[in-house]
Design a protein around this ligand. Structure first.
Ligand SMILES: *Cc1c(COP(=O)(O)O)cnc(C)c1O
Length: 226
């Protein structure tokens, strides 16, 4: 266990929380309404252990197998761990994901919603679900098209009875994110969904301004990935 790394991550977290707080107050929001999700994907073990020692408990991962390997052995030592899947999920990994994660933030198509409903029924576990919206309508990117978001939310929440809590987006890298954040907030509001996951290392303050209830921060917290 490296005390220097733990001190480093503690300081970075404090700075990020300060910036979240300042952005929230400027927007007239309560800073307590914004949760920090520590994106631990592709980070080396010493930084993961330092983050746990620093008291972080809410982590985001983008691959099921990588998350199993990283968190399986650590779960016993951190019973209050909260793991979120923020990356694309294949239907054949739905059961593994339901078994491991406390929330699945990347539900983006009917077939996956059906697979998760079956996995939850089979395993008797009901992780929270967010619907991922491809706000930039980028062909290579995961997420349901904005025009189809309401229908997918209705299917997942009302027909399949999944615990749908909100929406998530990853704006195009080369665009001003504000209009994407505004669009996602609008989709959440018109569907009566409380959670809005948006904003990463480079734009989390902007996301808070537009109503994010969860920001997903990796490199600004842990340092650059491998
Ligand atoms: C990697 C990743 C992040 C964190 O990115 P940083 O720029 O390192 O903060 C957030 N959200 C998703 C979906 C990611 O894949």
């Amino acid at each position: 266990m490296s005390h220097a790394l733990t001190a480093d991550i503690t300081a970075r977290r404090a700075e990020i929380l300060d910036r979240i707080g300042a952005a929230a107050r400027v927007a007239g929001r309560d800073p307590a309404q914004v949760r920090l999700v520590a994106v631990s994907k592709q980070q080396p073990d010493d930084r993961i252990d330092a983050a746990l020692a620093a008291g972080l408990r809410v982590f985001g991962e983008n691959r099921v197998q990588e998350a199993q390997a990283r968190w399986g052995p650590r779960r016993a030592g951190a019973p209050d761990l909260h793991l979120r899947l923020i990356g694309p999920l294949q239907t054949n990994k739905a059961e593994d994901a339901v078994a491991l994660f406390d929330a699945i933030d990347s539900v983006d198509r009917p077939k996956l919603a059906h697979a998760l409903a079956a996995a939850m029924a089979k395993l008797g576990r009901r992780p929270d679900v967010l619907i991922q919206v491809n706000t930039g309508e980028e062909p290579q990117k995961a997420g349901v098209a904005p025009a189809e978001a309401d229908a997918l939310i209705a299917l997942a929440r009302d027909t399949l009875n999944l615990p749908v809590r909100g929406v998530m987006c990853i704006p195009p890298v080369d665009e001003e994110p504000a209009m994407h954040f505004a669009l996602l907030a609008k989709i959440a509001a018109r569907n009566g969904l409380p959670e809005i996951s948006m904003g990463m290392s480079d734009d989390f303050e902007r996301a808070v301004t537009f109503g994010a209830t969860m920001v997903r921060v990796g490199s600004a917290l842990f340092g650059a990935r491998d």
